[in-house]
Design a protein. Sequence first.
Length: 150
Amino acid sequence: MAGLAFATGTFAFSARERKHAALTEHHRLHFDLLCKAMGDSTLSAVLDTYAEDVPPERQRQYLFANALYINALHAHRIGAMSRKELRGHLRVMCQNPIFCEYWEATRHHRASLPASSEEAELGRMMDHLARELREAGTDEWWVVGEPPTQ
């Protein structure tokens, strides 16, 4: 019995490690592509799927905002931060007007996500957080809203 339990645990650990490695490789590739686009306006034009005209400098800023957001999501997905910690990072990002502009400009991107996906759920959390912060009417942004339940 002990041998079977060990083998089962080893298999599960191995599957988690493979998923973690795949997520990390995907994140690295995404980041590399974003870096190339941020450095070359002819490449960033390929990622221009905004509803409004966005000048090239602002597009690069949006790409960087996306890189920051995706980096925080990746840390959460691999278990490096809890949902509460993720919300804290996102709350800080929401203090930047360019990030908030990026978030609004990409609203239609998130509309295509399956509603039950983790990314859609985290996007809704971000939408809710951004709305709470806009409506708070206080400079004490760090106390706005209720943290998510784990």
